[in-house]
Design a protein around this ligand. Structure first.
Ligand code: PGA
Length: 229
């Protein structure tokens, strides 16, 4: 079972370093896979103990004239080799098109990064039924090389992100089974995963891990979730 924490625009460098120490302390002697955290760019650092660190975002170049972005050079400084691509907040709020997302995927694939690739539908699509749902989700794989070995799919329905209302076991199972059949990849679920629902989500057969936003921000609470699952 994989535990991934997406801090989004939360935490500072100081609080991230403290977070890593708390996780290591809380999980000492506890048998589990490493925890992977995605802090904001200003808090990137090397992983330590049970905690690995990845980038929430980066531009698809080594370095150059891309104001406000970070690239491979900046990630290498901290030995970062994992990246989140396709998150709905980047697609919806920052306006990243499928074409742009795919370019990022291709670049970081070439660099051998582990890619956590996010997909997910808005409520309006979900309401249109199964066929529309899968058509929408599969369209988010346009120009994505799904034969790349080092990538994991995170299914995160937009209506469940940050709303406190997770998708149901049936919702997750339906989508995960479809994704498993099509791509046969490791699958995460994300969208309001928290201490009170982690057990039932972790039990779903197709769920290989969780991508957690809000409930991951407190290190002690996140460690509790790891233990509970
Ligand atoms: P949430 O966010 O856990 O706050 O719903 C999940 C995500 O966006 O990755």
């Amino acid at each position: 079972m994989r535990f991934v924490a997406n801090f989004k625009m939360n935490h500072t460098r100081a609080s991230t370093l403290e977070y890593i120490d708390i996780i290591n302390r809380e999980l000492e002697g506890f048998e589990c896979q490493n925890v992977l955290i995605f802090p904001p760019a200003t808090a990137l650092c090397e992983g330590k103990g049970k905690v690995e660190v990845g980038a929430q975002n980066a531009y698809f170049e080594e370095k150059g004239a891309y104001t406000g972005e970070i690239g491979l050079e900046q990630l290498r400084e901290f030995e970062i080799s994992k990246i989140l691509i396709g998150h709905s907040e980047r697609r919806e709020i920052l306006g990243e098109s499928q074409e742009f997302v795919a370019k990022k995927f291709e670049f970081f694939k070439e660099q051998g990064f582990e890619i956590i690739y996010c997909i997910g539908e808005p409520l309006s699509v979900r309401k249109q039924g199964k066929e529309a749902l899968f058509e929408y989700l599969f369209s988010q794989f346009t120009n994505i090389d799904t034969s790349y070995e080092n990538f994991t799919i995170a299914y995160e329905p937009i209506w469940a992100i940050g709303t406190g209302v997770s998708a149901t076991v049936e919702d997750i199972t339906l989508v995960h089974e479809g994704l498993k059949k099509e791509f046969n990849k490791e699958l995460l679920y994300g969208g309001s995963v928290k201490l009170s629902n982690i057990e039932e989500i972790a039990k779903i057969e197709t769920v290989d891990g969780v991508l957690v936003g809000s409930a991951s921000l407190d290190a002690k609470e996140f460690a509790k979730m790891v233990k509970k699952a």
